[in-house]
Design a protein around this ligand. Structure first.
Ligand SMILES: [Zn+2]
Length: 413
C-alpha cells in the first residue's frame, strides 16, 4: 500500500469525511462523539455481538460503570491498574471508581446465588462501558480512547477440560466474527500467546506451577487447532496467560484487538465455587474473553479495512433514493417510507442538483444502493437499481428490491 493510499484509509480522516465521529476539546481528549451515522455502525456491531453470543449460550447482563474502590482491591486490579484508573469519586464518604474492567462485577453477579455444576459453564457477557486513563500522547482516534465499550465475557467453568473447551469455543466465535468482517487469520490478524514472567512477582500473581500449567495448556490448544502463533514473554494479564488477537492499523502500528485469558487467580480472590455432583464444594475456573474487543476500536480497523465502503449491513446509509426531477419526489418519499418501515437506513436526495450530481454525491458517500426514480418507474411502481459493487442492476419492482436487500442485510453478506 502506498503512503498516499494509507493516509486515504486512515480512520480519523475517513471518520471526518464520512461524518462518523468527532472529538471536542470541551468534552475532553480521547472521548469520541459518534454522529447518527457513526452510531448506526456502532449499534450494528453491538447487535452482531448480542446475536452471535446469545446463539452460543452467553447470557448478556448489564452492570454499572462505577463501583467501590474496595471491589478493585478485592479483585487485585487496583495495585496493577492503579495508573490507568481515574481518581476516586467520593459518595457518602466512600470511594468509588469508574470501572476499568468488568470482571469483578460479573463475579459478584455469579456469587448472588448458589451455583451447581449443572449451571456451568456459565457464560456471563456484557457490552460494558469502561474507563481507562491513557496518556494524551497515546490517544489515537477510535483505537485508543479514554472511554470505550468492550464486548466482554467471563466464562465460569467447573473443570480444566471445560475451560479448555470454552477457550476453543471463544476462538471459534472470534474466527467466525472476523470472517463476517472479511478479515483473514494470518493476513489481517495473528495469534499471540502472551505469557508471564516468573521472576516478576510484582507484576504477576505468584503461583509458578499454575502459570506453567496454564501457559502449557494454551500453547497445546493453539497447536491442536493448527493455528500459527507467536509467543511473547511478559505480556500476560496479572492473573494468567492469554491468547491475544493482534491487528495492525494502516500505519502499521499493532494493537491487541481481542483476547482470551485463562484465569487461575480471581476464582480464589472471589471464592468462586460450585456444588459438585457429589455435593462437595469445588473451586471454579474463569476464562475472560472478548469476541470483537472494544466496539470503537474494531470500528476503526473496519473503516480502514473497507476504506469507508462498508458492507450493506454496516453502512450508515444503506439506500439512497434519487428522484429524477421535482415531480418524482413524492414517489421517492413513498419508497423511502416503505424501506424505513423495514428498518432500512435510507435517505432521499430531494435537492435541486442534477441527477448526475446526485449519483456522484451518493458515490462519494459510498452508499451501497442507489435507486433512481423517474416517470417510467413511477408509472410501473418500480425502481432503477444501481449497486456500489455490481453497477447497474436494471429496473425492479419495489417489493423485489426490498426482499433481496433484507436478505443481504440479515445474512451480513
Ligand atoms: Zn475480565
Amino acid at each position: 500500500m502506498s503512503d498516499h493510499e494509507m493516509s486515504e484509509r486512515d480512520h480519523k480522516k475517513l471518520g471526518k469525511e464520512l461524518d462518523l465521529f468527532t472529538f471536542s476539546d470541551s468534552v475532553g481528549k480521547g472521548l469520541p462523539l459518534y454522529t447518527a451515522k457513526g452510531a448506526a455502525i456502532y449499534r450494528e456491531l453491538e447487535k452482531f455481538v448480542l446475536e452471535e453470543e446469545t446463539k452460543r449460550g452467553y447470557q448478556h447482563v448489564k452492570t454499572t460503570d462505577i463501583a467501590k474502590l474496595d471491589l478493585y482491591k478485592k479483585s487485585g486490579h487496583y495495585p496493577h491498574y492503579k495508573d490507568s484508573m481515574y481518581a476516586p469519586i467520593v459518595i457518602d464518604d466512600e470511594e468509588y471508581m469508574l470501572r476499568p474492567m468488568t470482571c469483578p462485577h460479573h463475579f459478584e453477579l455469579y456469587l448472588s446465588r448458589p451455583r451447581s455444576y449443572r449451571d456451568l459453564p456459565m457464560r456471563i457477557a456484557e457490552l460494558a462501558q469502561l474507563y481507562r486513563y491513557e496518556q494524551s500522547g497515546e490517544l489515537m482516534g477510535l483505537i485508543r480512547t479514554r472511554s470505550f465499550c468492550l464486548a466482554d465475557a467471563h466464562i465460569i467453568c467447573a473443570t480444566e477440560e471445560q475451560a479448555v473447551e470454552e477457550i476453543g469455543r471463544a476462538l471459534d466465535l472470534i474466527e467466525h466474527m472476523t470472517k463476517v468482517f472479511g478479515l483473514t487469520l494470518g493476513v489481517d490478524y495473528r495469534y499471540r500467546l502472551s505469557m508471564g514472567d516468573r521472576a516478576n512477582t510484582e507484576k504477576y500473581y505468584k503461583n509458578d506451577a499454575a502459570w506453567e500449567m496454564a501457559e502449557d495448556l494454551l500453547r497445546k490448544h493453539l497447536q491442536t487447532r493448527g493455528s500459527d502463533f507467536e509467543e511473547a514473554k511478559d505480556e500476560a494479564a496479572f492473573y494468567g496467560p492469554k491468547i491475544d488477537i493482534q491487528m495492525k492499523n494502516v500505519n502499521g502500528k499493532e494493537d491487541t484487538a481481542f483476547t482470551v485469558q485463562y484465569d487461575f487467580c480471581m476464582p480464589d480472590r472471589f471464592d468462586l465455587t460450585y456444588a459438585a455432583a457429589d455435593g462437595t464444594k469445588k473451586r471454579a475456573l474463569v476464562v475472560h474473553r472478548s469476541s470483537i474487543g472494544a466496539i470503537g476500536r474494531i470500528m476503526a480497523f473496519l473503516i480502514e479495512k473497507y476504506a469507508g465502503a462498508f458492507p450493506v449491513w454496516l453502512s450508515p446509509v444503506q439506500v439512497k433514493v434519487l428522484p429524477v426531477s421535482e415531480k418524482h419526489i413524492d414517489y421517492a418519499k413513498e419508497i423511502e417510507k416503505q424501506l424505513m418501515e423495514q428498518h432500512v437506513r435510507v435517505e432521499t436526495d430531494d435537492s435541486n442538483e442534477s441527477l448526475g450530481k446526485k449519483v456522484r454525491n451518493a458515490k462519494v458517500e459510498k452508499v451501497p444502493y442507489v435507486l433512481v426514480v423517474g416517470d417510467a418507474e413511477m408509472d410501473a411502481q418500480t425502481v432503477a437499481v444501481e449497486s456500489r459493487e455490481k453497477g447497474k442492476l436494471g429496473v425492479q419492482p419495489v417489493a423485489e428490491f426490498v426482499k433481496t436487500l433484507l436478505t443481504e442485510i440479515k445474512n451480513r453478506e
